[in-house]
Design a protein around this ligand. Sequence first.
Ligand code: SF4
Length: 319
Amino acid sequence: MISFGPVPSRRLGKSLGVNNIPGEKKCTYSCIYCQVGVTKHYLSARESFYDPSVIFNEVNHHLEKLSVNDKPDYLTFVANGEPTLDINLGKSIIELKKLNIPIAVITNASLLYDPQVCSDLMQADWISVKIDTGSESIWKKLNRPLHNISFEAYLKGLDVFSKSFKGFLASETMLVRGVNDSTEDLNETTELIQSVAPSTAYISIPTRPPALSSVEPPSETVINEAYQIFSEKGIKCKLILGFEGTDTGFTGNAIDDIINICTVHPIREDTMLELLKKNNTDVFVLESLLFDGKIKKVSYNSKLFYIRQFRDDYFSKKK
Ligand code: SF4
């Protein structure tokens, strides 16, 4: 199956997935947190997988079967591995654009040093690049790149691409406890993200079984610290804590509002009180969410914040 979904995505709305890598995962990295397990097929040379017409026909057929309400907001290349390993990626994007639905690509950015990869991605409307760290030693430990991919080339690729891409550029940073989540690490990562200047920088955490069983999400306090450090440097950032709720404003349903907003970014205490007031409710709602473990109180620079309690069953059971 090349296409799947659409699945709800907080970043992209309704996203119809396009998997342009057939068979087992093929990647330039073997990230310790990868949900698809350890990389058995390391690749850095691009290959031809599907003919672009095959991808177009399958996606088109998939769309025909969907109800009007399920029409996707994006066709998203989110592959079983690294989508830019597909030498036909640019041609496939051009074919799919005939369907008049914006195209997104989620890439680990390791091949952006290749001008042809950059040129392929220029055809897309929305790109997310992986930036887990600004440190070469952490990059090697966390993303475990294939030996012939250098950190210098990765940085150069990010720089060149980010300066020339005209669509919506996002970055995604996965935080792993004890690996890239110290204050020093976060500052180093922030510096790299600042230089890339994405429209939005997403911070995520592992919430599914990772490739290495020792991988753990950072504490809520650290997630909040990361959010604050990014924000203080002028980076527009959002959290992705594994819950794809409806992105909402003030709906009149205080519980939904608090959970949905807390999942995207920490709510400062004063803002929280205002939110409760706007929803015509009181602190009882807040206390019940805290009591049920749905949200948590954390402090940063002497200020109190509320943040989504993110640990899912998998990590709770590991304890
Ligand atoms: S880049 Fe993505 S697919 Fe490749 S190993 Fe990392 S998480 Fe898995």
